[in-house]
Write a protein that binds this ligand. Structure first.
Ligand SMILES: [Zn+2]
Length: 312
């Protein structure tokens, strides 16, 4: 029997309600419903993890989602992809007893953080993002063949701050880093900060130079973020490598800062030594002291090379 999209979502919600989430089964059913042959099940399992004072994080497919669930207010930070976002929203509704989401924040424009926004249509009262991130999400939404998208309807340049539920929520742009429009979303009372893709924990980062990334400035942004928070702030990371955790302390932020500094130094060394970009980008280096990050692909090396040789 073919499943409608509504049935598919209902099945997902039931699975969540039962506490056992049969994602691979559901995905297979969905593929069959679309007339496609069943494929290998997706390698992801949705998990909600509470941190403190109603703030927690959700792992599915894509960038880590953050949330605040309070009797008087609900916030989501990022939306992953169109297939995982409805799973998050269904799980969130159970936790909030169908209370609307007061705010959806997008930490930046990338599709693994904002691609699922449309699942918040009729659910989130407002969608907030840095002005550059909002512009890029809107740009992607009007491309030919773009899927239906819910775009930010509120933007900020430097900082957005408001009281929601039992907490003060702050979205702050510390400067160009992973993109030109990154924001850190801080739950002040819970003392938890969502870093978006300003944090890749022990994983080679994506550097979106075309859309405003600057690695040298990323180093400063991490330092400003640590200075702006306290020693016991818990940070949520957009991504982590291997089995490394997606939450941590300022130690991880400063370790990542040191890694970025080492990557810049390594590249500057190659430029100084007279290597060409073509010679450098095929070297697949592993940086001493940062072995967890693994080898570097040509694309990453080329971007850092361009920043050093051509400027930001
Ligand atoms: Zn990103």
């Amino acid at each position: 029997m073919p499943l409608s999209r509504r049935d598919f979502l209902a099945t997902t919600a039931v699975a969540l309600g039962a506490g056992a989430i049969g994602l691979p089964t559901i995905a297979t059913a969905w593929q069959q419903a679309e007339g496609r042959a069943p494929q290998a099940p997706p390698q992801w399992t949705p998990v909600f993890t509470d941190i403190r004072r109603g703030v927690g994080y959700f792992l599915g497919r894509g960038g880590t989602i953050g949330y605040l669930v309070d009797p008087n207010g609900v916030v989501a930070v990022d939306s992953q992809f169109p297939d995982s976002a409805p799973v998050f929203v269904a799980g969130l509704k159970e936790r909030t007893k169908d209370r609307p989401v007061d705010r959806l924040f997008n930490t930046h424009h990338h599709g693994d953080h904002s691609g699922g926004n449309n699942a918040f249509r009729g659910v989130a009262k407002r969608v907030v993002a840095h002005e550059r991130a909002a512009a890029l999400i809107k740009e992607a939404a009007v491309r030919p063949n773009a899927a239906e998208q819910l775009v930010p309807d509120a933007t900020f340049t430097d900082v957005w701050r408001e009281e929601i539920g039992g907490d003060w929520v702050r979205a702050k742009h510390y400067g160009r880093a992973h993109t030109g429009g990154d924001a850190v979303i801080t739950f002040e009372r819970a003392n938890v900060a969502h870093m978006g893709d300003l944090m890749f924990n022990r994983r080679v980062p994506v550097i979106d130079r075309v859309n405003g990334a600057v690695v040298a400035n990323w180093v400063k942004v991490l330092e400003l973020t640590v200075a702006d928070h306290s020693t016991d702030t818990i940070y949520i990371f957009g991504h982590a490598g291997g089995t490394h955790p997606v939450t941590g302390s300022s130690k991880e932020l400063l370790y990542f800062r040191d890694y970025l500094t080492a990557l810049l130094d390594h590249t500057r060394g190659a430029v100084k030594a007279g290597q060409t970009k073509e010679q450098f980008t095929v070297t697949k280096p592993i940086l001493t002291g940062f072995e967890d990050f693994g080898p570097h692909a040509a694309n990453t090396l080329g971007i850092v090379w361009d920043e050093i040789v051509l400027g930001a």
